[in-house]
Design a protein around this ligand. Structure first.
Ligand SMILES: *Cc1c(COP(=O)(O)O)cnc(C)c1O
Length: 371
């Protein structure tokens, strides 16, 4: 079976995790600090706080911006549900903003409209879908004009860069995930990046039971979570970050190979604002509209041919909770609905070979011909 994704773990990660286990210090130690330092170096900011997963990073980010019950947060329609769930977990209400069919990111024009119609929007959450950057420069110029902060969901986009600025560095707070489906993984893991020292300090308070990290005596200054990353996870993360450039260039090469081989087929290949702006956490194509209703059968037929594929990600307004709570109907966010129905993720991981890519494309061509 050619797998959809596969973590790239070798002896370096195994040795690092074993060393952490033998050290006796399993939490809040030097490996977490080193992981934060390396990530900060990569992102050009000293303001990194490691947390237990990407969802924890997003949750803390909204709390840092004082998002409260009754307020609104503008969020993209097309993402892993965690992006919108954290808004609800703060007691706030999502204002879903439709996407573009090119970047699969928030459509700046629709954002402008949402901000004009909803004076209560306290934060904006764009997502860099599948590791490809949204039109974040246009989004930022709109949020600047409306004086609303951005929480950037860069869960899939570590290493992506637009106009010289890294994904995760465009907003007041940037969030990353190190789940095994992301290019670099710690098993479970996440991180927050911010240039605001007060926000960074509060992120460290919130991830650790409300404990003030600077106080001489234990001082619990507000109710916090246990959203900490362990030393074993951080040790793995340090080893992964050292290989990040290699991971990204392998994925870009595979994506280019897919692009070439898929050109004669009827599917649309992923688009990127520039070479640097996509790190291909996933390689997601769009099926022709008339074929999309048969996507489930296509995924099953691909599996029969030994190739694992899946849907892209979710159109969140029509998930049961959001649909029932806010009475969303089909047709409300047409671009996202169409993209979500047509998207097909093909195998993409660091260890995929050019021959694997060829087999995936041949299988897809075969399945599309007979479907
Ligand atoms: C993976 C992902 C998350 C959640 O990260 P976890 O580490 O799994 O909690 C959030 N948003 C997006 C866009 C993601 O892809």
């Amino acid at each position: 079976m050619i797998k959809l994704g596969s973590p790239d773990i070798d002896d370096a990660e195994v040795a690092a995790a074993a060393e952490a286990l033998r050290s006796g210090q399993l939490v809040q130690g030097p490996r977490v600090a080193e992981f934060e330092r390396l990530l900060g170096e990569r992102l050009g900011s000293p303001g990194v706080a490691a947390v237990s997963n990407g969802t924890a990073a997003l949750h803390i980010a909204l709390l840092l911006l004082d998002v409260k019950p009754g307020q609104q947060v503008a969020v993209t329609t097309f993402s892993w549900p965690a992006t919108a769930n954290v808004i609800e977990l703060c007691g706030a209400t999502p204002v879903f903003v439709d996407i573009e069919d090119t970047t699969f990111g928030m459509d700046p024009e629709r954002l402008e409209e949402a901000l004009r119609l909803n004076a209560g929007i306290r934060a904006v959450m764009p997502v860099h879908a599948f590791g490809g950057m949204a039109q974040i420069e246009a989004i930022k110029s709109i949020t600047d004009r409306h004086v609303v902060p951005i929480v950037e969901d860069a869960a899939c986009a570590l290493g992506a860069v637009l106009h010289g600025r890294a994904a995760g560095r465009w907003g007041t707070v940037g969030c990353f995930s190190f789940h095994p489906r992301k290019a670099a993984t710690t098993g479970e893991g996440g991180a927050i990046v911010t240039d605001d020292p007060a926000l960074l300090r509060r992120a460290r308070v919130l991830r650790n039971h409300g404990l003030d990290p600077a106080a001489a005596e234990p001082d619990f200054v507000e109710p916090g979570f246990n959203y900490r990353l362990s030393e074993m996870q951080a040790a793995v993360g340090v080893a992964q970050l050292r290989k990040l450039d290699r991971f990204i260039s392998a994925r870009r090469d595979l994506a280019a190979h897919y692009d070439r081989l898929l050109a004669p087929l009827s599917v649309e290949t992923p688009r990127s604002l520039s070479v640097e702006a996509h790190v291909y956490q996933s390689y997601v194509v769009l099926l022709p509209s008339e074929v999309a209703p048969r996507r489930k059968a296509i995924i099953a037929a691909m599996r029969e041919r030994g190739v694992e594929t899946t849907i892209g990600t979710y159109h969140m307004p029509l998930l049961t909770y959001f649909r029932k709570t806010y009475h969303f109907k089909a047709g409300g966010h047409p671009v996202s609905e169409s993209v979500a129905a047509r998207a097909l993720a093909l195998p993409m991981h660091n260890r995929l070979s050019a021959a694997d890519v060829q087999r995936v494309v041949e299988s897809l061509a075969d399945v599309l011909r007979s479907s």
